[in-house]
Design a protein around this ligand. Structure first.
Ligand code: COA
Length: 166
């Protein structure tokens, strides 16, 4: 296993990340939200067009995760205007889970946050996403809030907010 995590700089790679996002979201959220909500959220947040907007207009950075040159995961982060760093996306294809790659991904997130001079990293996670919640707790994140966000289309995101103090 040779894991490499690198910033996505060019459109063809971002397109491949969007394809991977589509695959992962339709696998990992089936027991948590409806198929209709998955389709809606992928289109709204993880389509290539949405990701380009996030990068160009909202200061998001996408990081691609490769294992032996196989694009198998991705991360999206964003510095806030205050002292916080937002971990927006942390996704790994199912066949690559449970192998220590998540820890490398989170270490990279903390490194990016420190580079930006931030003092904490926060994230939102669906309240029923038990595995991700366990992973974040194990990494040292603590529950700081919960939020229900209307995302349109008749859907809401029912999330916990977890925070990691750097
Ligand atoms: C979230 C995700 C990236 C985590 O990756 P993963 O490979 O499943 O994580 P791991 O199994 O390596 O677990 C990471 C750590 O949490 C620990 N852990 C996992 N499940 C645990 C549990 N139930 N209780 C306690 N610790 C647990 C592991 O032991 C590991 O600890 P270590 O780094 O000290 O060895 C991956 O599961 C994923 O992509 N899931 C689908 C998408 C998703 O839900 N993303 C988050 C959206 S907010």
């Amino acid at each position: 296993m040779a894991v490499e995590i690198k910033k996505v700089k060019y459109l063809p790679e971002l397109r491949r990340v969007a394809e991977l996002a589509d695959e992962i979201w339709h696998e990992c959220f089936v027991d948590i939200i409806s198929e209709g909500q998955i389709d809606y959220m992928v289109e709204k947040f993880q389509s290539l067009e949405a990701m380009i907007r996030q990068v160009e207009e909202q200061a998001y950075t996408y990081l691609a995760v490769y294992d032996d040159d196989d694009l198998c995961g991705y991360i999206a982060v964003k510095p806030e205007h205050d002292d916080r760093f937002f971990l927006s996306k942390l996704y790994l294809r199912v066949d690559k889970r449970g192998q220590g790659i998540a820890r490398l991904m989170l270490e990279r997130v903390f490194e990016e946050a420190r580079k930006h001079g931030k003092s904490s990293v926060y994230l939102t996670v669906n309240k029923h996403n038990d595995h991700a919640v366990a992973v974040y707790k194990k990494a040292g994140f603590v529950l700081t809030d919960s939020v229900v966000t209307d995302i349109g289309g008749g859907y809401v995101m029912d999330d916990y907010i977890f925070t990691y103090v750097l």
